[in-house]
Design a protein around this ligand. Structure first.
Ligand SMILES: [Zn+2]
Length: 487
């Protein structure tokens, strides 16, 4: 066996074990008996230790030094392996361990602080997490920008300055759109009783309409919707609320976008470094285009109204108002409940604050006030309590600095892809009005999803859309859609 073949065989086993670890995580959120929590923590810890030892095994370095890629795909495989190996070796083992220990504790402290609406009780442990993340970032950056080094984990080959330029170009337009919409009387949300079983039945059907293969996947309930796994075992979860059926429906379509990306990667890449989505931003572009540009379009909403009528009977909105209700904008504090316009403003706020925290320009003691000031400026009203403000997201408590911007970057990428998709698929609106998604999702599979990790994130979007990605297509889409809804 050549060095390349040996390296790839070793990687394949590591990736298989990593899928096993992921499935333990899925089980924990869906099926695990309550009393098993402590034992599960030990089981997960044991498998993580094995994974860490394999990923930092010096034999990888030996193989990398000798390996010759047989083709362009092999070159991409080696690039991924080299990058991951180099990054892992840069972080001292005791620092990685301290971070893992601290973040498993700090998440609980955050949850309690959120429950009791008390930022001060979370601040000390956040300070510790931030301190360790700065050390990790400095080790990874080797003299370069610390935030960029952390961002690399989620969005490789992309800098904070590039993201900042895109966000700066979007912010005034978004603030203006929200201002116009919210100066008008607020549209009511849908009301009524929507039995959970009906929502799950409809969501399962919708996932299949969007191309999800239930023979290699499954849909279960969890507290927070997520998708996990890759290749031939990609699972999604959703949640139901008896009064708000859209939460379940659109969470499911969103997770279906993530899951289809994983299911549709070239089978030759299964259990290799190329065998999963290339970045969080590109991943989010798939979930968002399924959920928003396709799932919340006027044409598709017309079809969905009929399906909801079949499932739940008469509703508080008629067919005419259904599209406006699905896309209604309202004054809200919570990122995960925001519409397509305000969502991006939520992300920009977090991006700017976390960069300032990492750079040392903002102290944890001043974070709550900084959050509230910025929220007032962008959203036009004041945060009423920390659980509606600085304590609403889990991310910082578990050390996910650099993750937030990938959500809005995903929206930007979805905008680029949708522009190209509309040109490529003739009669898209007629198809959406019939609940026919096949041509649209086939296009995404062929131009984005099948490639997995083959191309760098921005290259992947550029190859699919035919242009270097910018915020322009997303902003025109949003202005046109919400301009018409709130004219
Ligand atoms: Zn997502």
């Amino acid at each position: 066996m050549t060095a390349y073949d040996q390296l790839m065989a070793f990687q394949r086993q590591t990736e298989a074990l990593s899928q096993v670890a992921g499935r333990l995580g899925w089980d924990q959120e869906t099926m695990m008996p309550r009393g098993a929590a402590d034992q599960r923590a030990e089981e997960s810890g044991a498998i993580q230790a094995i994974l860490h030892a394999r990923r930092t095994n010096p034999r990888i370095g030996d193989w990398l030094a000798k390996a010759e890629a047989p083709d362009a795909v092999g070159t991409a495989q080696l690039r991924h392996i080299q990058r991951d190996y180099t990054r892992l070796l840069r972080v001292p083992g005791d620092l990685a361990e301290a971070l893992a220990r601290l973040t498993s504790k700090s998440q609980g402290i955050w949850a309690e602080a959120r429950q009791s609406d008390d930022f001060a009780s979370f601040a000390p442990v956040l300070e510790e997490v931030l301190n360790l993340k700065r050390q990790e970032g400095a080790a990874l950056a080797k003299g370069g920008d610390i935030y960029d080094a952390l961002l690399e984990d989620y969005e490789p080959e992309t800098t904070a300055a590039e993201i900042e330029a895109i966000f700066d170009a979007m912010r005034p337009g978004l603030v203006a759109l929200r201002g116009v919409a919210l100066s008008q009387p607020e549209r009511p949300a849908i009301c009524g009783q929507f039995p959970g079983e009906g929502q799950i039945g409809l969501s399962t059907a919708l996932a299949q309409v969007f191309g999800y293969d239930l023979n290699r996947g499954r849909l279960d309930r969890a507290v927070h919707p997520f998708s996990s796994g890759s290749g031939d075992d990609v699972r999604i979860t959703t949640r139901t609320s008896d009064t708000d059926p859209f939460n379940c429906i659109y969470s499911t379509i969103h997770e279906t976008g993530h899951a289809c990306y994983e299911q549709n990667i070239n089978p030759a890449y299964k259990l290799t470094p190329l065998g999963s989505g290339v970045s969080m931003g590109v991943h989010e572009s798939q979930s968002r285009i399924y959920e928003n540009q396709l799932g919340r379009s006027r044409a598709f909403c017309g079809w969905l109204y009929g399906r909801m009528h079949d499932a739940f009977g008469k509703m508080s909105v008629d067919e005419e108002d259904f599209y406006a209700t699905v896309n209604r904008m309202h004054r809200g504090f919570i990122r995960t409940e925001a519409d397509e316009v305000q969502y991006n403003l939520h992300i920009m706020l977090r991006f700017d604050l976390e960069r300032a925290l990492i750079a040392g320009d903002l102290q944890v003691a001043d974070l709550e006030a900084a959050w509230n000031d910025r929220f007032k400026a962008d959203f036009g009203f004041a945060v009423d309590r920390p659980s509606n403000g600085v304590l609403q997201d889990v991310h910082w408590s578990v050390g996910l600095f650099g993750y937030f911007p990938t959500y809005a970057l995903g929206n930007v990428y979805a905008g680029c892809l949708f522009e190209a998709l509309q040109t490529a698929v003739r009669g898209l609106e007629d198809q959406l009005a019939q609940g026919q998604l096949t041509q649209a999702t086939d296009w995404l599979q062929q131009h984005v999803q099948q490639h997995g990790g083959l191309y760098a994130p921005r290259d992947a979007i550029e190859r699919a859309s035919g242009k270097a990605p910018t915020e322009v297509p997303l902003m025109s889409y949003l202005s046109e859609k919400f301009g018409a809804l709130y004219s």
